[in-house]
Design a binder for this molecule. Structure first.
Ligand code: HEC
Ligand code: HEC
Length: 113
């Protein structure tokens, strides 16, 4: 096998490594960003990764990817504030561990005018 083969192989491996690292880094960065939901009917919700990661023993996999994908895509309906989906999943916003999603008094903790 010629020198050229090895050179191409090494360069390819390097490219794959850099791309993988780049994606991981970009994902970590995005995991520090806020996610904003612009709801006109109920008031915008700002999800803060920073605030949530400060909750003791919280790791990325508390939410990803069982409850949320690692991209902004969910559309949560009012009816889904009742069960154990999304924010209320894994006994988080259930009114016990932290404020829930059903009490009128708590709506404005997430929905800002
Ligand atoms: C308390 C739950 C929770 C935790 C913990 C959490 N995330 Fe997220 N993350 C979310 C939610 C909610 C979204 C938005 C999902 C949606 O809209 O579908 C999101 C979105 C993302 C996105 C996409 C952002 C965008 O703008 O598209 C990335 C990347 C991400 N998270 C990475 C991370 C990483 C890395 C960690 C750990 C450092 C982490 N997340 C921890 C809830 C969480
Ligand atoms: C723990 C945070 C949280 C609490 C508390 C909460 N919500 Fe929400 N709500 C959300 C999120 C996140 C969405 C999704 C917005 C989206 O998908 O664009 C949402 C969506 C909605 C929607 C649908 C909006 C639309 O544009 O389709 C309505 C209506 C709504 N909430 C009403 C309420 C009411 C009323 C309360 C209080 C009883 C409440 N919410 C409490 C986080 C919360």
């Amino acid at each position: 096998m010629g020198n050229k083969f090895w050179r191409i192989l090494i360069v390819s491996v390097c490219i794959v490594c850099f791309v993988t690292l780049g994606v991981a880094f970009a994902q970590k960065k995005a995991g520090e960003r806020d996610v904003k939901y612009e709801s006109k009917t109920a008031g915008a919700v700002l999800f803060s990764h920073e605030t949530h990661m400060k909750v003791p023993n919280t790791k990325c996999n508390a939410c990803h990817t069982k409850v949320f994908k690692m991209k902004k895509e969910v559309k949560i309906a009012k009816e889904e504030h009742n069960g154990d989906k999304f924010c209320a999943a894994a006994a988080c916003h259930d009114g016990k561990k932290t404020f829930g999603m059903k009490a009128e008094a708590d709506c404005a903790k997430c929905h800002k005018k």
